[in-house]
Design a protein around this ligand. Structure first.
Ligand SMILES: *Cc1c(COP(=O)(O)O)cnc(C)c1O
Length: 405
């Protein structure tokens, strides 16, 4: 298909896009095509004003009174419930705080503590996991006398067995964009008598997630990717309601105490999601996230998913039309049921140079060594015209680089 035809198709798709108006809620400029929202979400317009108020009034004027009067103390659970609405978790099961890495530690150790480790001493880890999950799980296994076994996520259902205490799985592979079968793997791991810890960093806010309905035991995730919470925004921890009373956190800080201001030397855990807390919450980051979550009001995640798949399909078609034959190969599955909200193209050698040149020409994706070009599609603010432009510039850059060789 010609450039003119694809550009025309993009304009038609944008004109009928039910989410198109959402883009105006983000602070974006038309000079740049931003396809890195799977690493750092764009800034929602409501955040800066709200943070000014938090700093100027709540911190500046009310000072310590804000822990009560501005609702700071309960913000981790309140904002957790807002995120719960986006990942299929009924209220009272999600708490926000700490990093994803730290929450992986809490969840994996807690899952091991729920198992009878005399017979179950195996921790299954997604072999292609985002590295931090693997590092933390390995340490958690070492501390608890368990063994780690790396297993491809696609084989997790089959590999969970009578020795398995917990399976830690990434819902969407950060490198390839492959979406794994959360309901199927969860059911199989449960049938084997083990627990699941799902890392939903690349699915929360990118596609519908149904933690309660699918029976996930624990889940963790970032808020600075598709949830647009800002750099270093705190992560979240989900603990299934049925497990909350037995959830034995390996980091029982004073914020998770049943009566923190009793300052009791003896620890007594709070009930509910609060038990996942550790220390004093990151109030400024938390409230930036809270403001950022406003963009989700009234958004139907099924519509987000439909647009995400349409965008990624369209980008692949444009790339096929614009990039010289055989130069890039998608490592993201064709099948919609196996695709997250990104497209990863293999190009090598020289993928790093290609991405650097793309960024110089106003198309921002990222490069994962050695040879993967990643393009994240965030349906709340990415347009079909952006997908077309990104593929066109990619074709130009690759063409120019190869001519120069
Ligand atoms: C982004 C990401 C992380 C990041 O962890 P931090 O502790 O926030 O740095 C962890 N796991 C996965 C799967 C991710 O995609």
């Amino acid at each position: 298909m010609s450039e003119a035809a694809l550009a025309k198709e993009a304009a038609a798709l944008d004109a009928t896009d039910g989410l198109a108006a959402k883009r105006a809620e983000f602070d974006l400029d038309d000079g740049v095509v931003y396809l890195d929202g799977n690493s750092l979400g764009a800034l929602p317009r409501g955040v800066a004003g709200r943070l000014c108020e938090v700093v100027g009034h709540e911190w500046g004027r009310l000072r310590i009174r804000s822990w009560e009067e501005s609702g700071w103390w309960t913000a981790p659970e309140r904002i957790g419930d807002r995120i719960g609405g986006l990942i299929g978790a009924a209220p009272g099961q999600v708490v926000v705080g700490d990093s994803t890495s730290v929450n992986v530690f809490k969840a994996v150790v807690a899952a091991i503590r729920l198992a009878d480790t005399a017979s179950r001493d195996e921790v299954l880890v997604d072999a292609a996991t985002f590295p931090t999950d693997g590092y933390i799980a390995r340490s958690a296994a070492r501390m608890t006398g368990c063994r780690i076994r790396a297993v491809a996520a696609a084989d997790m259902a089959r590999e969970a067995g009578p020795r398995t205490a917990v399976a830690l799985v990434n819902h969407v592979d950060y490198r390839t964009g492959r979406l794994h079968d959360l309901p199927g793997i969860t059911a199989a791991v449960r049938a084997a008598g083990a627990r699941t810890v799902w890392d939903v960093c690349h699915s929360a806010g990118a596609l519908p997630v149904h933690l309660d309905a699918d029976g996930a035991d624990f889940a963790v995730g970032c808020t600075y990717k598709y949830l647009n919470g800002g750099p270093g925004a705190p992560a979240f921890l989900y603990v299934r309601r049925a497990l909350q009373d037995r959830f034995d956190s390996p980091l029982p800080g004073w914020n998770s105490h049943a009566d923190p201001f009793a300052m009791d030397p003896a620890y007594a855990p709070a009930g509910g999601a609060v038990r996942g807390r550790v220390g004093t919450p990151e109030i400024l980051s938390l409230l930036a996230l809270d403001a950022a979550l406003g963009v989700w009001d009234g958004v139907d995640l099924a519509a987000v998913r439909a647009k995400s798949l349409a965008l990624t399909d369209f980008f692949l078609r444009c790339a096929a039309a614009y990039v010289p034959e055989g130069r890039v190969a998608s490592v993201t599955p064709e099948a919609h049921a196996e695709r997250g909200s990104q497209i990863s193209l293999r190009y090598g050698p020289g993928a790093g140079e290609v991405m650097a040149e793309l960024v110089r020409r106003g198309v921002v994706g990222d490069h994962r060594r050695p040879d993967v070009l990643r393009f994240g599609f965030t349906p709340l603010y990415t347009r079909f015209a952006d997908a077309e432009r990104a593929a066109r510039v990619l074709g130009e850059v690759i063409g120019a680089m190869e001519e120069g060789r």
